[in-house]
Design a protein around this ligand. Structure first.
Ligand SMILES: Nc1ccn([C@H]2C[C@H](O)[C@@H](COP(=O)(O)OP(=O)(O)OP(=O)(O)O)O2)c(=O)n1
Length: 119
């Protein structure tokens, strides 16, 4: 089935940095006066809630093939939305905690490589 949105191509159009997401979210929240609600704890709870919504998409589907070849366009679009919600709350959580998420994640990959050396 052809989806109106071509998922794989759209993803390659341009690279989106974590910094850009952080800045756009900060602006989005500022104009709405939402900073007052975005404490670390509230953002963590929102993140966990969105992880639950993401899990629901896979719930009862059984094992899913990589690339989701048998999923409908609607299901893929729903997945895009929920997986984005998880990322957007994670980016905001890191921001209000004063962390550089990109650098922290890179450092963690290096630590993982030391802990689990390649055979
Ligand atoms: N106080 C808020 C409320 C929303 N959002 C942003 C982050 C998420 O990307 C999205 C979450 O919005 P909803 O709470 O409306 O959740 P859903 O989009 O999942 O809608 P629904 O739960 O109805 O499926 O909006 C935010 O940053 N801060």
């Amino acid at each position: 089935m052809e989806c109106s949105v071509e998922f794989s191509k759209r993803a390659k159009k341009n690279d989106v940095s974590l910094e850009e997401l952080r800045d756009r979210l900060a602006e989005f929240n500022k104009v709405r006066g939402w900073d007052q609600y975005h404490s670390p704890r509230n953002l963590l709870l929102a993140l966990v809630g969105e992880v639950g919504e993401l899990s629901e998409i896979f719930q009862w589907k059984g094992e899913v093939e990589k690339g989701l070849p048998n999923w409908s366009c609607d299901d893929k679009e729903h997945l895009e939305e929920e997986i984005s919600d998880v990322l957007l709350y994670l980016v905001q959580l890191a921001d209000v905690c004063g962390l550089d998420l990109g650098q922290a994640a890179l450092s963690k990959i290096l630590k993982n490589a030391q802990k689990y050396p390649s055979p």
